[in-house]
Every structure is written in structure tokens, then in C-alpha cells.
Design a binder for this molecule. Sequence first.
Ligand code: B12
Ligand code: SF4
Ligand code: SF4
Length: 266
Amino acid sequence: MCKLTEQLNENILTSTIDFCRKLNLDTLGWCEWDNQSILAIAFPYYDFKSNNNGFSIYAQRLDYHKVVRSYLDRIRYYLETKGYTSEAYVDNNTLPERDIATLAGIGFIGKNNLLITKKYGSFVFLGEIVLNKLTDFNLKNNHSENDNCKSCTKCIDSCPTNSLGEKNINICLSYLSQQKTLTPDDEALLKRYKNIFGCDICQLCCPHNKNVVPSSLEEFKTIDMDKDPLVFANMTNKYFKDNIKPTSAGWRGKNVVKRNAIFSLS
Ligand code: B12
Ligand code: SF4
Ligand code: SF4
């Protein structure tokens, strides 16, 4: 690639990062994946408040698909004003988001399967901007070889169903709490551990999640939710629509959340 093109490329890459920083997004980086230039961004979501009501931390705030997309749309618009078209992704894609984030120097993948950042630990969602131009530029990422789990196995030891130890996603409580149909064994697990939606155990025990910085993204403030599982076990369509639908647990619909809440009472 000629020197001038390289400079232009580097300019748009760094100016996009500067633009993101103005949006309070400070954990991000570019990488090359599948012959495309991808900006991987971590969206911190934990403000260290919790309702302790059976919903995992990520489900106690506005639906991250919508929040992340609104940020990504702003970044896409910025790129458009500079003459670049791009696509935005969050979750609803086949991109291996954690691998891409690792390549971009945002963090490393822990034994709990999650991307762990220095500043916010693993309490981040991932989103990506894929540029339709530019495939060749010098990448310098700030990944440090010392960032890893080393000999720690806390998440594996703490996982209540041994899903991590067995590498079996079918018994992960987060997975089970999202399934429409369950076997009697699955039901027994949900009844035992009382997760209404999602699971945080393999994050809360992680040393990399101690002394991390709370999210400064307003949209991810913890919603003041009801604490009593009975409320969710008895919820009406209207209650669901007003209180759960806007959260990350909303996409699954009322019946699954209600069923899990009923299980949690048994
Ligand atoms: C499907 C999915 C799930 C499934 C399966 C998870 C999985 N396969 O890893 C379930 C419902 C279990 C799940 C749970 C959670 N998820 Co999820 N999930 C996804 C999704 C949409 C696709 C992942 C996938 O299947 N890719 C395809 C497979 C083939 O690729 P892979 O993931 O690299 O495959 C590896 C894993 O399966 C792993 N593996 C090995 N052993 C085990 C054991 C267990 C128990 C699991 C779960 C996986 C696993 O080995 C594979 C090969 O390397 C991604 C978004 C994305 N597009 O990446 C979010 C994503 C990974 N999830 C996310 C989150 C937040 C969660 C939860 C923390 C939510 C919660 N609090 O309950 C939990 C964490 C559970 C855990 N410890 O892994 C975030 C993670 C952010 C981060 N910091 O890394 C992502 C990136 C969404 C996002 N855009 O932010 N998730
Ligand atoms: S989310 Fe819960 S059940 Fe799933 S792997 Fe982590 S600790 Fe285990
Ligand atoms: S708890 Fe330990 S092993 Fe698990 S992800 Fe964190 S550092 Fe790695």
C-alpha cells in the first residue's frame, strides 16, 4: 500500500477511536479479521448496584442489544461523514466477538469463557464496526502477555453445575434459564440454584473483577426492580411489558421468565 493511503487509513482509524472516547468508550481497538478491518468495542455495564432478585447483573439494565446498537449507529454515522461505509454488530451475528476483541487488544479470554478487560473486568458487552474499505494497515495493539488466568481456577471451582469443568454449555444456568423447553434434570438445576435469568457466579468470583471501574454509561444504570420472586411468578402481560421487556431478559418473553421465577420459589 502506498504511503499516502496508509496515512489516510491511520488517520481515520485513530480519529474514530478519538470519536468513541468522546462517547465515553475507552476500551476499544482495531484488528483485521477475515480480510476486514474491525473496530472492537467493550461496553462496560456494571455500576456495582444490584437488586439481588434472581436476575443476573446484565439482565437488570436496559437491553444491551439496543443500547450498544445506538452507540454503534453513532459511530457508523461518524464514519459516513468521513466517506466510509460500515456495518455494526452486536451479538446477532456469527462473528466470534470474544476472539475479535482479543485480537484488537481489548483483553483476554478467561477460563470462564469471557473477555476480561483491565479496566472493567469481564463486565462488558462487545460490539463491532466492520469497515467496508481498508484492509491493510499497521496494527499495534496493547495486549500484554501477562494478562491471563495463570493457575487460577476459581470460576471452574465455583460454577455450581460444573458446566465450566465439563465444558458443557447445556448445563450452564445462564443457558438453561433461557431455554423454552427443559428436561426434568434441567428443571431440577434451575429449582436448586434459583436463577430467574442469567448467572454471574463465574464472574463474581474472578480476581480480575475486583478493583475494577464502574460503568459510566448512563444507559446501563441498574434498574430499580422488584426484589420478591413472587412478583415475577405472578406477573401479568402488562407487568412484563413495563418491567422486563425493556431489559436484556425481555427478548425471551414472559413465559420463560415467569416459569423460572416459579421454579425459584420451590
Ligand atoms: C450463545 C451465547 C451464549 C450461550 C453460550 C455461550 C458460549 N457458547 O460461549 C449462553 C446462553 C450459555 C451464554 C451465556 C452467557 N453469555 Co453469552 N453469548 C453467546 C453468543 C451470542 C454466541 C457465542 C457462541 O456460541 N459463539 C459460537 C461458538 C462456536 O464460538 P465460541 O463461543 O468461541 O466457542 C467456544 C465456547 O463455546 C467455549 N466453551 C468451552 N467450554 C464451555 C463451557 C461453557 C459452560 C460455555 C458456556 C462455553 C464453553 O468453547 C468454544 C470453542 O472455543 C455471544 C455473542 C457472540 N456472537 O460471540 C454471547 C456473549 C459471549 N455472551 C455474553 C455474556 C455477557 C454472557 C453471560 C455473562 C450472561 C449472563 N450473565 O448470564 C453468560 C456467561 C456464560 C459463560 N460463562 O460463558 C457476552 C460476553 C461478553 C464478554 N465479556 O465476554 C457476549 C460476547 C455477548 C456480547 N455481545 O456482549 N452466552
Ligand atoms: S454462568 Fe453460571 S452456570 Fe454458567 S458457566 Fe458461569 S457459573 Fe457456571
Ligand atoms: S476466575 Fe480465575 S480462572 Fe476464572 S477467568 Fe477469572 S482469573 Fe481466569
